[in-house]
Design a protein. Structure first.
Length: 368
């Protein structure tokens, strides 16, 4: 039976997810957090530079706050979750020290990583840690045994000579990394995405569709109506910005706003579009500083969040999109057909039509 708190250092940590979920089986911490924290007790943490990565709801950051760790924040929602959990436990907000993933250049004595689903992102984390780590430092990487792959070990061995695994506890396990390699392959932080659109699309690791344009996005691009010079457009959950870049190629005068929760997604989009008539928002919601209502909002909404399947994120995006749509505007999404999003969209919009589909995906057009 799940408890509603995590125990560490003789304290009960009541932690909440943000955004909140209706799924009671999902918690803001896991056996991974408990195992990492237990392992840290074997080491002297006083006056040590501790860096925490991929701590989505702040369980590690909160539990270790007395040591003032640096937390690497990759989601806007993650930042909000940690702040909310700090507030719950009356931790001074000035104790929250954080960096974005592109500024991980602080000295590190101990690195704590909850291994992400994206192996490319795990590689990116370790590569950046390797540049800042000391010879005697240690890195603890936690994961659930069901999510283990050989690629994880290959990545760890790329940067460390001593890679060992802990025993499993509550189906969680650790890589314990020591002795950083003296020489590692020098790689670019971003790479180019193959496409047939005549676009140069660059992308940081951990952003949706890592090596090519996904088939859903291709179907969406085929279905978007003609763009006019005066149109104001939003690319919601924009990822690397490929939809916006495609629309910008069609029309250089329209205003385009890009929104994503993922810092590396927004940073990728900035590599692919100029700032002229283009606006970028690192947000998990549509609480953005604009008085604009939009002629067109496009969205390829996620239904995976790390190792979880969920439509809650998509449903929140749909509700927010309606608030920013002009009366004669169009909201266009693409999604897997089995998700049956039309049944949810008809509760929000006056007109909902499937305007394109194939065996796997469908494009849905909505208007108020």
């Amino acid at each position: 039976m799940h408890t509603n708190y995590m125990e560490f250092n003789q304290k009960k940590w009541e932690l909440e997810r943000y955004p909140k979920t209706k799924n009671r089986s999902l918690r803001a911490w896991s056996a991974i957090d408990e195992l990492i924290l237990a392992e840290t007790e074997k080491y002297n943490k006083e006056s040590k530079k501790i860096t925490i990565l991929h701590d989505t709801y702040g369980a590690l950051t909160c539990a270790l706050n007395e040591y003032k760790p640096t937390s690497v924040i990759y989601l806007n929602s993650q930042l909000k979750a940690i702040k909310k959990n700090f507030e719950t436990h009356k931790i001074p907000i000035e104790n929250l020290i954080w960096l974005d993933p592109l500024k991980l250049n602080t000295p590190i004595d101990m690195g704590l990583i909850k291994v992400p689903k994206s192996i490319a992102l795990f590689d990116f984390y370790l590569r950046n840690i390797h540049q800042s780590i000391k010879a005697e430092s240690i890195v603890l990487c936690g994961f659930m045994t069901r999510n283990f792959t050989e690629n994880m070990i290959a990545v760890a061995n790329r940067y460390f000579e001593d890679v060992t695994q802990s025993l499993a506890k509550k189906k969680a396990r650790l890589f314990i990394l020591k002795q950083p390699r003296k020489e590692v392959e020098n790689r670019l932080s971003f790479h180019e995405i193959k496409n047939d659109l005549g676009l140069i699309i660059k992308q940081y690791p951990g952003v949706f569709s890592d090596n090519k344009i996904d088939f859903g996005t291709q179907l969406l691009l085929e279905s978007i109506p003609k763009i006019n010079d005066n149109d104001t457009i939003m690319d919601l959950a924009c990822g690397n910005g490929i939809i916006a870049a495609y629309l910008r190629k069609q029309n250089t005068k329209c205003n385009i706003h890009l929104v994503d929760d993922n810092f590396l997604a927004i940073s990728s989009a900035k590599l692919n579009l100029s700032k002229e008539n283009t606006y970028f928002y690192w947000k998990n919601d549509l609480n953005i500083k604009t008085n604009e209502l939009f002629d067109l909002i496009t969205c390829n909404p996620p239904f995976h969040f790390e190792f979880e399947n969920t439509i809650e994120i998509a449903l929140s995006l749909f509700a927010n999109a309606k608030k920013y749509l002009k009366n004669n505007g169009i909201f266009i999404i693409v999604a897997n057909r089995h998700l049956n999003y039309s049944t949810h969209l008809v509760k929000l919009f006056g007109t909902v039509k499937i305007i394109n589909h194939n065996d796997k995906y469908e494009v849905i057009s909505c208007s108020i």
